[in-house]
Design a protein around this ligand. Structure first.
Ligand code: SF4
Length: 215
């Protein structure tokens, strides 16, 4: 398996924002978002992934020394759904854990039974990627859209209509790698959520620690 980092922090975004979690960051991604804040998982100039066996991954998780008090995993990347057998292995090793997967939604799900929540962040054109099919859609999904400017809303609405995504499963989240960038987008994104019946999520880790790694 190709991994990037394993650490303990709080989930900063989405349905479980504020929940303490063990993060397993997978290496590699099939997209190239211009504003990606984890380019070290895929960009040739800065990538620092490493190869590991399942045994090494489990040892690294146990070495954090928090599993007794924290059974919440956030499987993130990069794009973790490129390595779905790892998620099956994690479920087998930690059967009583809660497994949340963060994905860009481009991959067909084959590990449905082993995951408790998919946080699906379809990347619209503000990411610099061409349109792609949203394949990760099921009853365990919530959908998180990254918003750069008010002009993004039309395209987000088009995706929501195209895939008939339920309003109460939609999160709008400000793009930004600094506290200032995130906070200045709060008011008009909150207004939009109120108008449409969507949920709002900020980025707690950015507000608290800026773009510090392993936070
Ligand atoms: S999908 Fe996620 S990891 Fe991949 S380039 Fe975009 S933001 Fe980065």
């Amino acid at each position: 398996m190709v991994l990037n980092e394993i650490f303990y922090s709080i989930q900063g975004e989405g349905l479980n924002a504020g929940v303490p979690a063990i993060f397993v960051r997978f290496g590699n991604c099939n997209l190239k978002c211009t504003w990606c804040d984890t380019k070290y998982t895929w960009h040739p100039d800065v990538q620092d992934n490493f190869e590991a066996t399942a045994k090494q991954l489990f040892e690294d998780i146990h070495a954090l020394g928090v599993y007794e008090k924290c059974r919440h995993f956030v499987i993130t990347g990069g794009e973790p759904m490129l390595q779905q057998p790892v998620i099956l292995a994690l479920r087998k090793e930690f059967p009583d854990s809660y497994i949340e997967v963060e994905t860009n939604g481009s991959q067909t799900v084959r590990c449905f039974d082993d995951v408790d929540l998919f946080t699906v962040s379809y990347k619209t054109s503000n990411s610099g990627n061409p349109p792609y099919e949203l394949k990760t859609r099921n009853e365990k999904c919530v959908y998180k859209f990254v918003v750069c400017c008010e002009g993004d809303f039309d395209e987000i609405e088009k995706i929501i209509r195209q895939y008939r995504l339920p309003a109460d499963k939609i999160f709008l989240m400000p793009e930004g790698a600094t506290r200032e960038e995130v906070l200045k987008k709060h008011p008009w994104i909150l207004d939009r959520c109120d108008q449409k019946g969507y949920r709002f999520t900020t980025r707690l880790h950015i507000l608290t620690w800026g773009n510090e790694r392993q936070r």
